[in-house]
Design a protein. Structure first.
Length: 347
């Protein structure tokens, strides 16, 4: 079988992880890489023995003999690179966020549709087995009608790390609501559909050597078009281990992280019966360690390759990526303008 030839833009921490996942898939060939920093290229070549083409200019990479591109560059460059890739008729895997302005998200969507290329956004947690199982329960009616969903992104990133020199800058990284909380917004959309309105409170609380410009803490409430209420809590830097909570409440059952309660379980609501539930494997709870069962970055990359080689329908296409982005921008707008924002008015 002919392998799909893929180019990788960005060889930092995230890009290097994607590079390893690409090289482990027998259907793909990592044919070319690109990074503006020679040190990143040397590090990637040394770590994995990469022998393919190397570029410093992503435009040159797009002119090479590749079928698709993985964009893992700094957030502010996603739009320019994705639009250029679409024009070059290269299929696209783009790391989150889609872009750091809503106008650029629209540009990407228009370019992907116009040039008829495939697009996958890098929100990998839809493929986590916990959420896949909960989604199946919901589809089978075992949870009844959902009415409340919550997802938390709580991540201690030390304040003295160099990452804040770029991740904290609004012009480079955009809002932390997109960079971290976008995972959660995407996940609750996966379960409950499209969002109608948003209200958000956000601020900066935690000390850093290089202070960020947007927010490190946000609390966001959503009203879905079907009436479901959603909540996303995003906090980067608190003194707790990485925490990615998930709660889904339905009329017949509820999921709280890896525990599931059904109305068919006798006395589940009585004292002493709190653990009368279906308990799923604890290692399904996200832990932010690439390669583990709970953090299926590799599965999402495999899905992208299957999209190209097997014509597998996309799990999270450009329109879905756009809707997640709109909800995130609406949250930022709500906090800045101190008002409830109609998401549908922004689309």
């Amino acid at each position: 079988m002919k392998k799909v030839r893929i180019g990788l833009i960005g060889l930092g921490w995230m890009g290097s992880e994607h590079g390893r996942n690409l090289r482990s898939n027998p259907k793909a060939e990592l044919a070319a890489v690109c990074d503006a920093e020679p040190a990143n290229i040397r590090r990637f070549q040394s770590a994995g023995g990469f022998k393919g083409e190397v570029f410093k200019d992503y435009q040159a990479l797009l002119k090479s003999r590749i079928d698709a591109v993985v964009i893992a560059s700094p957030n502010a460059s996603h739009a320019e690179m994705a639009v250029a890739a679409a024009k070059a008729r290269k299929h696209i895997y783009c790391e989150k966020p889609m872009a750091i302005t809503l106008a650029d998200c629209r540009r990407i969507r228009e370019a992907v549709v116009k040039h008829k290329v495939k697009y996958l956004i890098g929100y990998h947690r839809r493929l986590n087995p916990l959420y896949q199982y909960a989604k199946q329960l919901l589809a089978e009616g075992k949870l009844g009608q959902p009415f409340l969903i919550e997802s938390d992104y709580i991540h201690h990133v030390p304040g003295n790390w160099d990452i804040w020199k770029w991740a904290g800058k609004a012009s480079v990284a955009g809002s932390m609501i997109h960079a971290g909380g976008g995972h959660n917004v995407d996940l609750i959309r996966y379960f409950c559909g499209e969002i109608q309105s948003v209200v958000c409170f956000k601020d900066i609380y935690l000390p850093r050597v290089t202070q960020l410009e947007t927010e490190d803490t946000a609390m966001i409430l959503f009203r879905f078009q079907n009436g479901v209420i959603g909540k996303v809590h995003c906090c980067v830097g608190p003194i707790v281990p990485f925490t990615f909570n998930f709660k889904l409440y339905g009329t017949k059952g509820s999921v709280i992280n890896n525990k599931v309660w059904f109305d068919s379980i006798p006395s589940f609501y009585e004292p002493g019966h709190e653990n009368d539930c279906l308990e799923l494997p604890k290692n399904w709870i996200p832990d932010n360690v690439q390669g583990g069962v709970s953090e299926p970055w590799n599965k999402l990359m495999d899905h992208f390759i299957d999209m190209l080689t097997e014509d597998t329908p996309c799990l999270n296409d450009v329109e879905s990526a756009y809707q997640t982005s709109v909800a995130c921008f609406a949250a930022v707008k709500s906090a800045e303008e101190k008002t409830i924002v109609d998401v549908t008015a922004l689309t």
